[in-house]
Design a protein around this ligand. Sequence first.
Ligand code: NAD
Length: 257
Amino acid sequence: MKTVIISGSTSGIGLGIAESFALAGHNVILNGLGKSEEIEATRARLAALGAGEVIFHGANMLEPEEIADLVASTEKAFGSVDVIVPNAGIQHVEKIEDFPVAKWDAIIGINLSSAFHLIRAAMPGMKKNGFGRIIAIASAHGLVASPYKSAYVAAKHGVLGLIKTVALEGAEFGITANAICPGYVETPLVSGQIADTAKARNMSEEEVINEVILKAQPTKQFVQVGQIAALANYLVSDQAAQITGAALPMDGGWTAQ
Ligand code: NAD
């Protein structure tokens, strides 16, 4: 049984990963925004899936001290933090000359800096235990760019640099660090983006789905949350101990082009 922290796990990909880890019997620390009744219902539903405990910590991923507390309080409650999944993320789609400065700061803060703060806080305990798994949810946009996503693409490329560096620092301590790079996954984050992209490109939402999203992905299918969760579970296993510093695309062939 491992203890797993997943940032941004009240929705979408993070929630799917949390479900799969709960089902596998691990202790899961949920985190993210949302209504407290809904979060409690999610927590209780996940707790019933397996033998591990499921708790919630409401750290704001823009606040380094709250992130440090997320790790410290988990170590106190469970004895260790074995796996961290820096996953929280937001998106904003706009031409760079109109890109709001506050959106740039928030995207870099949540999508990149929060991964740094989470890893920074968890690393000493992982080194002490001689075991750790760091699985960042980056993006195909960590490998290639699209127009109007300057902050997101910059943050996700940054996550890959961070992960490679941490992989080297953790290599002799039984710690692996990898990034999963999904293509388009149907989650609330993408639904919002469809509307924004339609506005930025002066297209209908249907045109955005067919001509922007499915055009990028040769399989013409969305990636499923469960497929990403299955890869995250594999990366935690002993069989994956020699996979480290890798950026693993799961993008229907998008970045093969
Ligand atoms: P989502 O909007 O469904 O979930 C995002 C999560 O982050 C939510 O739980 C939200 O509450 C949380 N969050 C946002 N701001 C936060 C903050 N300040 N503090 C704490 N939590 C915060 O999005 P998703 O599609 O599941 O995205 C999850 C990750 O996957 C993101 O990093 C995203 O960039 C990445 N990703 C998504 C796709 C996709 O197509 N959906 C593709 C590639 C990568």
